[in-house]
Design a protein around this ligand. Structure first.
Ligand code: AMP
Length: 198
């Protein structure tokens, strides 16, 4: 199992075997070792590249089921929030981590209840910021922050919200950024909020 050589946890290997993934995708092979070392990583990766397992492996490595938010994934759309959350639930099914989604256009009450039990949160910037303003999300224990489809968040005008959210996360954390394209704004964002990124 080539995935084992990357250092991936046995519980995730079990899921990978069940899913019949034959070998790591290019980005998985290149990025997972750095992610597991705790390095900040910025990667050019489109949907379908297998990027979710890259950050998923890092998150599942570092997080425990303790009902406090240890990983936060920022995404541009509710569809991607659901997709990432479903993949993370699948990859973490033997680690019993609880993943919840946060996005606008739906009631906030259930989200508030879910947030009190979550280990991993996947959300869109606007609604996440609402929770921060209302004090209904506790980001003090975040160890891993992921920006997924960063270029789309920029295109959709979310960058100021993203920056506000980043500033509410602990300074000592691992930051992972994925973007299909690498415009100047994304490089600048990485320089501003990441440490010695690879
Ligand atoms: P992603 O780019 O993370 O959204 O993944 C795209 C799809 O490819 C998802 O359905 C994954 O479950 C699947 N996938 C991820 N990694 C691999 C792999 N190494 N081999 C085969 N399929 C994979």
């Amino acid at each position: 199992m080539v995935f084992r050589k990357l250092g991936i946890k046995e519980e995730i290997i079990k899921v990978i075997e069940e899913e019949n993934f034959e070998k790591p995708s290019e980005i998985q092979e290149k990025a997972i070792p750095f992610v597991l070392e705790g390095k900040d990583v910025i990667a050019q990766a489109a949907t379908g590249s297998g990027k979710t397992l890259v950050f998923g492996a890092g998150i599942i490595h570092d997080c425990k089921h303790e009902e406090r938010i240890q990983a936060l994934i920022l995404v541009p759309t509710r569809e991607l929030a659901e997709q990432d959350a479903n993949s993370l639930r699948k990859f973490s099914k033997y680690n019993f981590l609880r993943t919840t989604v946060i996005y606008g256009g739906v009631g906030i009450g259930q989200q508030i209840r879910n947030l009190t039990k979550a280990d991993i949160v996947v959300g869109t910037p606007g609604r996440l910021l609402d929770h921060i303003k209302q004090g209904t999300i506790d980001l003090r224990f975040v160890k891993i922050l992921v920006l997924d489809e960063a270029d789309r968040m920029f295109d959709m005008g979310f960058i100021r919200d993203v920056e506000k959210i980043i500033k509410n996360c602990p300074v000592k954390r691992q930051t992972l950024m994925f973007s299909a394209t690498m415009p100047r704004e994304i490089i600048l964002l990485a320089r501003k909020y990441m440490n010695n990124q690879i």
